[in-house]
Write a protein that binds this ligand. Structure first.
Ligand code: DQA
Length: 151
């Protein structure tokens, strides 16, 4: 199974930006541990990070036609603002799991609203970077049961 892992704006700064909120692991560290877990799950991962809304929407929107089976996505600040990302996730036709490293419900009010969560299979938040691995596991299950249903 082929999975697109998308990270939105400012997540390239993981490890340096607000370590009190997001921890000390870098995006590289996250990618390395995800790759290890993906091997066990027999999944191929493609990573994409951008601070540009249009690039994110384009990458996600095209993923369904590019042979991906699912998406792990941390839309970061665009979670709370981007109709374009929401529409792209929906248009991909793929199951997606939304990840937030921090507990968005414990922070400012504007972080409570997610425009993207309603078009995702589920959302994981507040569990640190471990959330990415949990999202990958959940997505692998969703893709597995979808395949079984098709047989
Ligand atoms: C975040 C939460 C967002 O509110 C914030 O804008 C981010 C990161 C998280 O992973 O906790 O950039 O998505």
């Amino acid at each position: 199974m082929k999975i697109l892992v998308v990270n939105g704006p400012n997540l390239q700064l993981l490890g340096k930006r607000r370590p009190d909120v997001y921890g000390r692991a870098t995006l590289r560290d996250v990618e390395a541990s995800l790759r290890r877990r993906a091997e066990e799950l027999d999944a191929d991962l493609v990573f994409f990070q951008s601070c540009v809304e249009g690039e994110l929407a384009e990458r996600i929107g095209n993923s369904g036609q590019e042979g991906f089976d699912g998406i792990v996505v941390n839309p970061a600040a665009y979670t709370h603002t981007s109709v374009a990302m929401r529409d792209a996730i929906e248009a991909s036709g793929l199951p997606a799991v939304e990840v937030h490293i921090s507990n968005v419900h414990r922070r400012e009010d504007f972080r409570r609203k997610s425009l993207t969560a309603p078009v995702c299979a589920g959302q994981i938040c507040g569990l640190g970077v471990k959330g990415y691995e949990l999202a990958l596991e959940a997505l692998a299950d969703i893709i597995g049961s979808k395949r079984k249903r098709k047989k």
